[in-house]
Design a protein around this ligand. Structure first.
Ligand SMILES: *Cc1c(COP(=O)(O)O)cnc(C)c1O
Length: 371
């Protein structure tokens, strides 16, 4: 049996005709940059994320970058975030000239530990970027309280968390801005790169739209230095086809999560495999990440030989990345992040995954730890 980590071809088969019709229409118009498709998508994403506005941008990375630019974060400023995330979170902070300041994660959710944040707040702290990792929201209320008390901007990295909820609120609607990615492997993936920044602030909305087109407003007059952060119409048209299916895909992922829990418990694997914690709110399972006590890399190879795709997100925490050594991070600084980097493994969780495939995955894990 083959169980890939992700099967985008299976999803494409279910929407192929609609995608082809939508893109064919666009070819006739020959209008590919921003335009009505992008505006329609922005309205729908804002509604879906419970925000006033959304601004379509070129990637999740650029959503982060443009948010930091809109918040006027730059040299001399500190930005607090998690050391256990995709590089883009931290890369964007460095690219605007600010200094990343890391706070360790919670052992069970892999999200930033709100209790550890206040120790790292200084006069230079201008923003916090909580990362809703793997599809589950950070514990946002204490973070928002701190941000309010110290007048700090909150930019949610919701690249993996579209539709995730925390105490009834949606990812991307809790901070000042929310950043989303339409990278193909995200829950709402385009046929290329794309992203979105959400906000409910009129001031930030205007700034984001101006920064997206090189700071030009009116055209060819520049009060700000922005960039080319535009979303193209083809990607928007494809995401518009997919968005109506997102709730059903999310439900399927969550059902697959429940199925794994039953299978793992049935096989008596509790001593070997830690399952992802589900806290208050809706986890959308961009990844189903297990933590194993031993032999993680060996298990990965074993599963690969059995036709099962898995991935290690992320093997090197940010404070140990070579390009960030000027921050003087060293092993032992963030023990939870380092432990997660050593122990975690993402299993297939995509919507079209069958129960038989899941049973096969769990049986193989059992076989590995029985040998
Ligand atoms: C995917 C991702 C990004 C970057 O999104 P791109 O669209 O690939 O640029 C940023 N942060 C996190 C946590 C991500 O998973």
């Amino acid at each position: 049996m083959k169980v890939p980590l992700l099967n985008l071809k299976a999803q494409y088969q279910t929407i192929k005709n609609e995608v082809l019709a939508a893109t064919r229409e666009l070819y006739e118009t020959q209008c590919f940059i921003l335009g009505p498709e992008v505006e329609k998508l922005e309205e729908q994403i804002a509604r879906y994320c419970h925000t006033e506005y959304a601004v379509g941008v070129s990637s999740g990375t650029d959503a982060l970058l443009i948010s930091l630019m809109a918040a006027e974060i730059g040299p001399g400023d500190e930005v607090i975030t998690s050391p256990y995330t995709f590089f883009a979170t931290v890369g964007s902070i460095v690219r605007v000239g600010a200094t990343p300041v890391f706070v360790d994660i919670e052992e069970d959710t892999y999200n930033i530990d709100p209790q550890a944040i206040s120790d790292k707040i200084t006069k230079k702290t201008k923003a916090i970027i909580p990362v809703h990792l793997y599809g589950q929201c950070c514990d946002m209320d204490p973070i928002l309280e701190l941000a309010h008390a110290y007048d700090i901007v909150v930019i949610e990295d919701a690249a993996q968390a579209i539709g995730a909820e925390y105490r009834g609120r949606r990812a991307g609607s809790m901070g000042d801005m929310g950043c989303f990615s339409f990278f193909p492997s995200k829950n709402l993936g385009a046929f290329g790169d794309g992203g979105m920044t959400t906000t409910s602030s009129d001031v930030l909305y205007d700034k984001l739209r101006i920064l997206r087109v090189h700071g030009s407003h009116p055209k060819y007059y520049h009060k700000l230095v922005g960039g080319n952060f535009r979303l193209d119409a083809l990607q928007a048209a494809i995401i518009l086809v997919k968005l109506p299916y997102l709730e059903q895909w999310t439900s399927a992922r969550r059902a697959n999560g429940r199925c794994y829990r039953e299978l793992f418990s049935h096989e008596g694997l509790d001593d070997f495999v830690g399952l992802p914690a589900e806290k208050e709110g809706r986890h959308i399972y961009n990844q189903f990440v297990i933590a194993v006590q031993s032999r993680r890399d060996e298990l990965k190879r074993f599963l690969n030989e059995a036709g099962i795709g898995t991935e290690v997100y992320y093997p090197v925490p940010m404070h140990l990345q070579p390009c960030l050594q000027y921050l003087n991070g060293k092993k032992g600084d963030f023990v939870q992040a380092e432990s997660a980097a050593e122990k975690t493994l993402a299993l297939p969780i995509y919507a079209e995954l069958t129960e038989e495939q899941q049973a096969y995955v769990v049986r193989k894990i059992k076989a590995f730890y029985s040998s």
